[in-house]
Design a protein around this ligand. Structure first.
Ligand code: 5GP
Length: 237
């Protein structure tokens, strides 16, 4: 499958049309951004690592009954996937308090939450991705019906129920993550975007070491090494 016109360039990926109107190609970039684009850098190999990690995780989720946009990995930096209408809601799933949850609510960093928290952010860089409740999402027309919001929450919890024990077995705590969803050509809500250390937080179970984009956000260094370790643990049986 060949790349055709560039459809869209985001912070971490470029999206290309193909000869098939239902399929597009994502090119995973080495660029890194944080704090709504205010901090920028680039790390050689990061795009390929995220492509490979996302490929493995989409396959795992598909095997466990989650519908995703994934079709196949084409080469190191390219993934073929279904074309969808992206729902402009970032679905955030949290098992352990950190990041904006500790900043916003004063919950101590590292607190194990009494139950898995699912939150919605408005995917809107100009507004800085603000928190959304269900009524906001409906008023903004981000989805049409309440049951679509319920489905996003349900699917996000299912993804967590698959990924959390999977990573724990590999010595990583899945602290929190961000999912995106879209509607395919039949109107089904499916999981889209990527699942990688760019949008998940992984803490080593033994050492507590951060193995995700917080290494860049917090200036810790060693980002590509950490992402490679995440991939190696995924590939180890
Ligand atoms: P927080 O709200 O604490 O900053 O992020 C919660 C989780 O969602 C983290 O795993 C973080 O990586 C992910 N996340 C939240 N917003 C975004 C975003 O706009 N882009 C990316 N790549 N990840 C996000």
């Amino acid at each position: 499958m060949q790349k055709r016109e560039l459809l869209y360039e985001g912070k971490a990926k470029r999206l290309y049309l193909t000869d098939n109107k239902d399929l597009v190609i994502s090119e995973f970039k080495d660029d890194l951004t944080a704090f709504n684009g205010e901090k920028k850098s680039s790390e050689v190999g990061k795009g390929a690592l995220n492509n490979k990690i996302s490929t493995e995780l989409f396959k795992l989720l598909e095997e466990n009954g989650i519908q995703t946009h994934f079709v196949e990995m084409l080469d190191d930096n390219h993934m073929l996937h279904k074309k969808v209408d992206v729902i402009l809601i970032e679905v955030i799933v949290r098992n352990i308090a950190t990041g904006s949850l500790t900043r916003n609510l004063g919950i101590e960093d590292g607190t194990l939450l009494p139950f898995t928290l699912v939150e919605f952010d408005y995917k809107n860089d100009d507004l800085g991705d603000p928190k959304l409740n269900d009524q906001h999402a409906l008023i903004l027309g981000l989805v049409e019906y309440q049951d679509e919001l319920d489905k996003l929450r349900r699917m996000a919890r299912q993804v967590n129920d698959i990924l959390r024990p999977y990573f724990f077995e590999k010595g990583l705590n899945l602290v929190d993550f961000k999912l995106e969803f879209g509607k395919d050509s039949s109107g089904n809500i499916i999981l889209v975007d990527e699942i990688s250390p760019d949008n998940c937080r992984f803490w080593d179970v033994e050492s507590g070491e951060k193995m995700d984009k917080d290494r860049f956000r917090q200036g810790l260094g060693g980002l590509a090494v950490a992402y490679e370790q995440v991939l190696n643990r995924i590939l180890s049986k």
